[in-house]
Design a protein around this ligand. Structure first.
Ligand code: FAD
Length: 452
């Protein structure tokens, strides 16, 4: 039996890597974790957490605007201090980096700061020092992808958005995915004049079509200038800012251009070839249902290998690997009914299938929809509306799609996701007593189908 320095060597200290190393070490494994940057990875440093903090910041603009309807007088117009928000965010992120470090230390994980590269099936090089391990786990995440275009050097990606200096008074967001929509909404709320350009006819591909259209209309009402079926030709710097030429000939002058046009797996300079680890047609590390790569001792989880790029998914995949290697359970993750939220203004919360996907999978479905002005906005003077939709498999009566565009949508949908995973039927929804007055109660009171 060969002897190794470690039982598990994890490359990447983001969501998946930290979870795997900590839980493996807690089960008695000798674990090392190599991280080239700050602990916590994308989610903590440049993703979920700072994004949500900035979304809260943007929400205050709505609250200030709505307050007079409830009797409040603001003695002075509210002022927004971008530098203060950035400092506060940075403090909180540094605190979280420290929490991760101490969790790993307490669990006895050997933390190595540096760039890790595979050497062979059991060996990793970290900045010139070699370590061996019985098993290796690659959790190196992903990175923003930007197409080639003239003036590419002027653009920024989501990684830079949290620390922009100065605040972009005029922001162009290129892209129509959830990250693009969130930044467009957030910076609109913070006071920027935001234009969003997307090459397709609708935002948010993969989401329910009604949700996509409803969100675009609400974001438009809130002030985002959304230009669909439109592309960027070139970007150049002029005396007043960045001049962005659209493919149809129009020019926009802005301070910052954000390209949120997709992400690619972090596989560069990782030594995949040396170790014999293969990638799929998208450049993601190819894994089987147990996250084993083409090399039996090497595993990969999270954004570097997964098609569902969300923190809770990376965590769950990491636990499957830990349970298989250091527990007594070999299991597969169920990717059906993964709930997710988009922190646009208003938020989206969704679980299960879009109507289109449900029709393709289940055949006959019944659809229930409602759209209304939430109680809060009867006094707030806001014209924001709420949209809710249920998609029900006709044969089994199971609720297979649940969609909400409205306040705190993620908070609402998380609970419904449990019921949906348990196979809840429409009859069960109907027999559930609502909580009044809430937005969420509409999910258990929708009776009249709009399509069947
Ligand atoms: P990561 O968290 O990216 O961690 C990978 C780590 O590996 C990094 O720290 C990197 O420095 C390190 N690394 C890479 N290569 C090496 C190397 N060779 N050697 C050493 N270290 C290396 N998900 C949600 O669930 N909810 C959200 O609201 C949400 N919002 C997001 C917003 C934005 C703007 C972005 C970009 C992402 C968001 N995500 C969200 C997605 C989420 O952040 C990712 O799915 C998650 O972080 C993936 O975790 P991971 O462990 O695969 O990789």
């Amino acid at each position: 039996m060969p002897t190794y320095d470690f039982d598990l060597f994890v490359i990447g200290g983001g969501s998946g890597g930290v979870r795997a190393s900590r839980m493996a070490a807690q089960r008695g494994a000798r674990v090392a974790l190599a991280e080239a940057a700050e602990l916590g990875g994308t989610c903590v440093n440049v993703g979920c957490i700072p994004k949500k903090l900035y979304s809260y910041a943007a929400g205050y603009a709505e609250a200030f605007a709505e307050a007079p309807g409830f009797g409040w007088t603001l003695s002075e117009p509210p002022r927004f201090d971008w530098a203060h928000l950035k400092t506060q965010r940075a403090k909180e992120i540094t605190r979280l980096n420290g929490v991760y470090a101490s969790l790993l230390k307490t669990a006895n994980v050997t933390l190595l700061n540096g760039w890790a590269q595979l050497v062979d099936a059991h060996t990793v090089d970290v900045d010139g020092t070699r370590y061996t391990a019985k098993n290796l786990l690659i959790a190196t995440g992903g990175t923003p992808w930007v197409p080639e275009l003239p003036g590419r050097e002027h653009i920024v990606t989501s990684d830079a958005m949290f620390d922009l200096d100065p605040f972009p008074k005029r922001l162009l967001v290129v892209g129509g995915g959830y990250i693009a929509c969130e930044f467009a909404s957030i910076f609109n709320g913070l006071g920027a004049k935001v234009t969003q350009v997307h090459r397709r006819a609708h935002l948010l591909s993969g989401f329910d079509d009604d949700v996509r259209q409803f969100l675009a209309s609400e974001m438009g009402k809130a002030g985002v200038d959304i230009r669909l079926s439109s592309e960027i030709d070139s970007i150049s710097r002029g005396p007043g800012g960045l001049n962005v030429m659209l493919a149809r000939g129009a020019t926009i002058e802005v301070d910052t251009v954000l390209f949120a046009t997709g992400r690619v797996p972090n596989t560069r300079a990782l030594g995949l070839e040396a170790a014999g680890v293969t990638v799929d047609e998208h450049g993601a590390i190819a894994v089987d249902a147990h996250y084993k790569t083409s090399v039996p001792s090497i595993y990969a989880v999270g954004d570097v290998s997964s098609s569902v790029q969300l923190t809770p998914v990376a965590l769950a995949e990491a636990m499957v690997v830990v349970d298989a290697l250091f527990g007594d359970r070999v299991r597969k993750l169920d990717y059906e009914f993964i709930p997710t939220a988009v922190f646009t203004h208003p938020n989206i919360g969704t679980c299960g299938y879009s109507e289109t996907d449900a029709r393709a999978k289940f055949g006959k479905v019944t659809v229930f929809c409602t759209e209304f002005r939430a109680l809060r906005h009867t006094l707030s003077a806001s014209t924001e509306r709420t949209f809710m939709k249920l998609v029900v498999d006709k044969a089994s009566d199971r609720v297979v799609g649940l969609h909400l565009v409205g306040p705190d949508a993620g908070e609402v949908v998380q609970g419904f996701a449990v019921a949906m995973r348990a196979g809840a039927t429409k009859a069960l929804f109907d027999s559930t007593i609502g909580i009044h007055p809430t937005v969420a109660e509409e999910f258990v009171t929708m009776r009249e189908p709009v399509a069947g």
